[in-house]
Write a protein of this length. Sequence first.
Length: 294
Amino acid sequence: MAFAASSPDPRHDAPRMTAARDTLLREIEVMDEYGERRTISIPAERPLTIFVDKRELVTLMTLGASPELLVLGWLRNQRLAQDLADIESITVDWDVGAAAVRTRAGIPDLDTRTGRRVVTTGCGQGTVFGDVMDQVDALQLPDSRAARIRQGTLNGLLDVMRQQDSIHRKAGSVHGCALFLGTQLLMFIEDVGRHNAIDTIAGWMWLHGVDGGDKTFYTTGRLTSEMVMKAAHMGVPIIVSRNGVTQMGHDLATRLGMALFGRAANRHFLCYTGFDRFDSEPEVHRAAVRVVAG
């Protein structure tokens, strides 16, 4: 499922893109522990092979809610396209499960830049080209005075996500990612892999010229190094997750000066890094309840 607030117009140099759609849920028959048969919905996972100038690069397993934005964000986060104007068109055809990307002048050193791959952890397994890892130190995020979050804002953001209609509620088996300005939900997308969902948001931001410096990124998935790195490439310095944080994700966020919040649900959370970006408004500890045997 995808949601976007009233989006600004696409940039004047945006590529031509199709608007391919397919069913997101499939109904199947199951038998439960009582021997009863019933119909439930499951996510309709499908492969999408990306071709750039007729060269096959990668196959993504995706729900396919906004495939053109997924491809656009994937190109951006892999640093295969430096400028939106470099991309002439993105055409998705679900009949053949392919996305054809046409660039205006090709991608320099494509063989070298895509030669070393890192297969990342997670649902559907993401792929990061090795040279993206080497570009981390060049990233510049706004300092803690310009990009920070209040505890009340964090709680409000979590309230919005708790009330958000989603495929996960209907069928499970998907991850959701969202982009916030304060407590205003700008973009929400679900996919079978959290890396696909963050790439789709990256594509939406790039297409509409949305800056990440004053935004907060939310995900239901764990914060691995891949997720932290992609958020940093999007220019977003604050990440909130319903799940936990890996050691590499923690180390990378510390290195970049990002704020990571994990185990975040209802009014509970852990701030793992970036304390200087967080305006704490501590909850009052509840008194322990003593049970006296009578």
